[in-house]
Design a protein around this ligand. Structure first.
Ligand code: HEM
Ligand code: HEM
Length: 306
């Protein structure tokens, strides 16, 4: 694109955002650095170093099941987001699916026809939800929940302290193997225990075929509300994932990847290798998940029409 065509494009009017963002970031960093020089702030940060103490009984490190959970979650959510995006943006779906009206699922009328994207979204979400339910059971049947559920109000001043450390470019000490910093704990808590349940509730509220069963709740939880909230929840997940993965890679990538992919706390390349392998699995599945193949799989449980 030449400079002239760029000037005429609709993106040109947005060019001011770049210097504005850089300017805002510079002001925030300078302010945070100045704050950290103030004696009151220094004593606040000595009281609240940026992470809360873990409850009695918390164990160090990660169990192997958490690594599998985390991998399956990343794998499924990639396709949940992709299919959700396709539902939102595709005007003419390549195919439609109607479930077989037989066996236990037999109902009086003809089941509702849905697009292949909705079929994929709901099917992958069933797996994502199952994975999440297993995670809840395992977290609370072990001590593993203690790392991502705050139990003391001092998580909030500690989060302010950790925020100041990030903003002043003197980042919190990395010790994810033992305990997360307060901002990490809060972000993981909100993702697992607020955003995910909200995605499920709003998703189920809109699911064709189930929507009718929610009718008695229409006054407290109208389907329009679910529709309004579902997309911003996806935006939250996308932003979380971008910041999460960026920080994983920027704050000692080898060590962090070892934690969650190889269950070890050292500087070897095992975690990195397994992480790359997991990306390859995702890439292969991404290419394979084209409408013709999806239609074939959908055909096993219903009628597919183009
Ligand atoms: C493929 C991209 C991803 C990478 C490389 C990655 C990497 C990591 C790493 C290294 C940790 C441990 C942090 C540490 O030791 O300090 C972690 C923890 C965590 N990640 Fe991810 N992650 C990814 C995707 C996701 C996604 C998509 C989600 C959720 C939507 C997620 C949610 C979490 C949660 C909740 C934890 C805390 C787990 C616990 O301790 O119970 N991650 N991740
Ligand atoms: C059990 C969990 C979920 C269920 C049952 C579910 C169900 C649905 C249904 C039925 C629709 C179609 C709504 C319509 O017909 O207009 C939809 C749309 C969508 N879903 Fe989900 N969903 C779930 C979780 C998620 C998650 C975790 C994300 C993203 C992280 C997501 C992202 C989207 C997006 C972006 C759309 C398109 C929304 C729009 O057009 O504005 N969903 N979902």
């Amino acid at each position: 694109m030449s400079l002239d065509t760029f000037r005429q494009s609709r993106w040109y009017s947005l060019v001011w955002i770049v210097p504005a963002l850089i300017g805002a970031a510079a002001i925030i960093v300078a302010l945070a650095m100045w704050l950290r020089l103030q004696p009151d702030v220094q004593s606040f940060m000595a009281d609240y170093p940026g992470r809360s103490e873990l409850p009695e009984g918390a164990t160090e490190g990660f169990p192997a099941w958490l690594a599998w959970q985390h991998f399956f979650n990343s794998f499924f959510i990639l396709f949940v987001i992709r299919s959700g995006w396709q539902i939102r943006t595709t005007k003419r779906p390549a195919a439609y699916w109607t479930r077989n009206n037989t066996g236990l699922l037999r109902t009086k009328g003809e089941p509702q026809r849905i697009s292949i994207h909705q079929w994929f979204h709901i099917s992958i979400n069933a797996l994502w939800l199952l994975n999440g339910l297993v995670l809840y059971v395992l977290l609370f049947s072990t001590n593993q929940w203690m790392r991502i559920v705050p139990v003391s109000w001092d998580i909030f001043p500690n989060a302010v302290s950790a925020g100041l450390q990030y903003a002043s470019l003197n980042w919190p000490v990395e010790m994810g193997w033992v305990n997360y910093n307060a901002l990490q704990t809060l972000a993981y808590f909100v993702t697992v225990f607020v955003a995910a349940p909200l995605a499920v509730l709003t998703g189920l509220r809109m699911t064709p075929g189930l929507a009718a069963r929610w009718k008695p709740l229409e006054r407290v939880f109208p389907v329009q509300l679910a529709r309004l909230l579902h997309f911003p929840i996806m935006v939250y997940f996308v932003l979380f994932i971008i910041v999460h993965v960026a920080l994983v890679l920027l704050t000692g990538a080898l060590n962090n990847l070892n934690h969650m992919y190889a269950i070890r706390d050292d500087q070897s390349w095992w975690g990195f290798g397994l992480f790359v392998a997991s990306l390859v699995v995702m890439a292969v599945a991404w290419v394979a998940a084209k409408p013709s193949i999806l239609a074939m799989i959908a055909g096993l449980s219903g009628k597919v029409r183009r």
